[in-house]
Design a protein. Sequence first.
Length: 558
Amino acid sequence: MTRNHSFNRVVCLFVSSLMFFVACSKREEQNALAGGELTLVENGKSSYAISIPPNAPAPTRFAATEIQKYIRSVSEAELPIQENSAAENVIALGPVQNSKYHLLDEHPGEDGFLVITNGSRIELLGTNPRSELYAAYWFLEKYLGCGWLYPGDDVVPKSENIKLPAAIVEIEKPSFSYRALMLFPYSLARSLQDIDWMAKNCLNYAHVAVNSSREGPVLGLRLWDKYKSRETFIPELEKRGLNLHFGGHTYFTWVPPEKYFQEHPEYFSLIGGKRVAKSLCISNVDVAKVAAENMIDFVKSNPETDVIDLWITDADDWCECAACRKMEPSARHTIQGGKDESKSDSAVQFVNAVANEFGKKYPKILVNFLAYSRVIDAPIRTKPAPNVLVGYAPISRAYNKRGSKEGYYSPLYDNTDKQNRAYLEEMNKWLNLTKNFYLYDYYTLWQSLGTSRSKLHKRLMEFFPIIETMGQDTWYYRYRGISGISTEQFDWPELNMYAYAHLIWDPNQSVQQIIEGYCRKYYGAAEAPMLSHWLALEQAKGEWKSRSAECLGYIEQA
Ligand SMILES: [Zn+2]
């Protein structure tokens, strides 16, 4: 959230001007501040150094190398990295307490940061090491013109001169404390690019989904091990100070059939009168104990874990034994649609039992329950335990009537949309039960636009024009005091993901400006037709068929 404090700007201008006159005898100051501008690089050379505190944490050190790398890429100037330099011409990284201004320093851990000029010093200061890295990327994006638009594909302009305004005071603070990206499918190369993009766009929770829903050769912990994640993925996460949210659909990750079925078929679902490994028998207290023990074992060897999942199987199978059936207070249809009965009370009782055991060992790590499919409904008789985090997944918004106004074409608070109204009412019931709550969204799905005909048409179908809805949704979630948002990144529709990152930082931004900013940075000479294309898609989402020729025309121009 940008707060342009005019008072601070005036103070800073005054201070900068004063320091300019005082320091006129210093040659390097004259160079840096000549003409009311601050000269960072001139003709490919710089008098600046990058300064970090002694014994700086990993994200601060990484931030210094990133600044060095991108200034070199832009201008070929090589800035040395020094410890605690008090010199004038430095880019100084460190905690907000290092600022002479009393700003943000009462809110550690909230990922706020400052980008400030102080004489010829450029200070990039965070409320924690991770947000110092955010400050570095923010600075590079805003003042050097870099762009972090797509994972693994940075925009880096070339210029042998880099000049900045002499007085900068930027105070940034996120609107949501949990800003996540669901890494599914988890594959090493893609996930490494994704977490690089996450840090550059100020997200903080990397959600690894190993998804052991069914028996299979490479799922669950075997997938985590296959990529040697402890040696490859975790160091990259730690370097950026990002949090680890682990699991996905994990009933079988924590109670794997290949390990337990033969000896304990009673741990698994009774379906059609037979014990089968399609789901767990969640009324069995031993199953809760085994799941908790295996989750504890995972955290012991992966102590970076901040949130751990206990999600139902993605196939949505349920045990039919008498004890499991008794866990539901009464038969009721789920709001998900169809004739399926809700299983929310059963599933929340199970996650509570596991969280209770798990919490004895790791009380600060949250156990994540996904309100999804037949457990989307708020439970009637059961309340999530204090160490349970609820993710709310309104997935049917994306699978609704194709090309219509429904689902993701209007915000969740649209009272005229039947599906969204049902989701909103249920969300409100959940919010009465717990504040440990986040939206698990599907801003990357594209099915709503219908089927494809030609190849070009197919490419066009991959766009899912819901930027306006995302702006409205995020604004509303913020207004309701919801603290977290996540999305899957399955198809990675480029503009949606860029807008997602920007809106979960500050939902008050204009979506039109977000689209314009993206087109300006990413499309070069094709900026104008691509902007028209994206705006036409947004406007045409309700009448897709009649406007598709127009949108294809813009693509052909671009
Ligand atoms: Zn059962």
